[in-house]
Ligand binder design. Structure first.
Ligand SMILES: C[S@@+](CC[C@H](N)C(=O)[O-])C[C@H]1O[C@@H](n2cnc3c(N)ncnc32)[C@H](O)[C@@H]1O
Length: 260
C-alpha cells in the first residue's frame, strides 16, 4: 500500500515536471519579450526618474527598489528558480532567489583586494554574484561553483568574465585544481546545508576548511534565525551574524573563520 502511494507520488511529480518542461519554449518566448520591453522602455524611464529623484532620499530608495525588483521579475529569473526547486527541492533548498538586500549584505562582508580570490558556492540565478561584482570585485577574481546544469549555463551567459564551474561542491578541491588556492580569502555560499544530505554537507565543509587560511572568511546565509549551526560546521567559529528581514523567508548572514 505504502509503495503504491510512493509510486503514485513519484509519478505525479514526474508528470508535473514534464508539463513544466513542455512550457519551456513558451516561457522562453515570454521572457525574451519581457526583457526587451524592460530594457527598451521601463529601465530607461526608471533611470531617468532616479536621476531626478537624487535630492529626495526616500524617493530614490523606493525607485531603486522598484528598479531592482521589476528587473528580476521581468527576467523571469524566479520562474527558472522555482522550476529547479521542483526538479530538485533538496539541493535548491529555497523556494525563491535571495533578495537584493540579502545579496548585498553577503557581498558587504567581502573586503575587495585585487590579489584575493573569492569562491562562491551555489550561486543559483546569480543574485550574490551580481552583488559581489557591484561591490567592485574584479570578475577574474571570482570563481563560481554551481551544480545545476541549467543554472550554471545561465550564470555563464550573465557573467561571461566570471569562471563558472558546473560541478558539485562536494568535489571542491578537485574542481579548484589549477587555481592558486592560496589566494582564496573568502568562500561565499548559498548552499542549503540544512536540506543537503548530512554526508554531502560534511564533505563540502571539510573541503572548505582545507581551502581556508587563518584569515579567510566563510560567509553563509541560512533561513534559521537562531544561531544553532548544523554539525557540519564544527570546524568553524562564528564571528558575526546579521539578520536580513527583507527576504523570502527572512535569512541570517553568518561569517565564520576556521577553528572550533
Ligand atoms: C538556496 S539556492 C541559493 C541560490 C543563490 N545563491 C541565491 O542566493 O539566490 C542553493 C543553490 O545551491 C546549488 N547547490 C546545491 N547543492 C550544491 C552542490 N553540492 N554543489 C554546488 N551547488 C549546489 C543549487 O543548485 C542552488 O542553485
Amino acid at each position: 500500500m505504502m509503495s503504491f502511494s510512493l509510486c503514485q507520488r513519484w509519478y505525479s511529480h514526474k508528470t508535473f515536471l514534464q508539463c513544466f518542461e513542455a512550457t519551456k519554449p513558451i516561457l522562453d518566448f515570454i521572457q525574451r519579450s519581457l526583457v526587451l520591453l524592460y530594457q527598451s522602455a521601463i529601465e530607461p524611464i526608471l533611470r531617468m526618474l532616479l536621476i531626478f529623484s537624487r535630492k529626495n532620499r526616500q524617493a530614490e530608495t523606493c525607485l531603486r527598489w522598484v528598479k531592482e525588483t521589476s528587473g528580476a521579475y521581468l527576467n523571469l529569473e524566479w520562474v527558472m528558480f522555482i522550476r529547479e526547486f521542483i526538479r530538485s527541492p533538496r539541493t535548491i533548498g529555497a523556494i525563491y532567489p535571495s533578495s537584493g538586500k540579502l545579496a548585498r549584505c553577503m557581498a558587504e562582508e567581502v573586503i575587495v583586494n585585487e590579489n584575493d580570490l573569492v569562491v562562491e558556492l551555489g550561486a543559483g540565478t546569480g543574485r550574490v554574484t551580481e552583488a559581489l561584482l557591484r561591490r567592485g570585485l574584479p570578475p577574474d577574481r571570482l570563481i563560481v561553483v554551481e551544480r545545476s546544469h541549467e543554472l550554471a549555463a545561465t550564470l555563464r551567459k550573465r557573467f561571461p568574465l566570471v569562471d563558472v564551474i558546473e560541478g558539485d561542491a562536494a568535489d571542491l578541491l578537485l574542481l579548484l585544481r589549477g587555481y592558486n588556492v592560496d589566494d582564496i580569502q573568502y568562500v561565499v555560499s548559498g548552499l542549503p546545508f540544512r536540506t543537503l544530505l548530512p554526508s554531502a554537507a560534511d564533505a563540502i565543509t571539510k573541503q572548505v576548511v582545507q581551502l581556508m587560511n587563518d584569515n579567510a572568511r566563510f560567509i553563509q546565509f541560512t533561513y534559521s534565525l537562531h544561531n544553532r549551526q548544523p554539525g557540519c560546521f564544527a570546524d568553524f567559529r562564528l564571528i558575526r551574524s546579521l539578520i536580513v528581514w527583507p527576504n523570502i523567508p527572512p535569512a541570517c548572514v553568518n561569517v565564520f573563520i576556521k577553528g572550533d
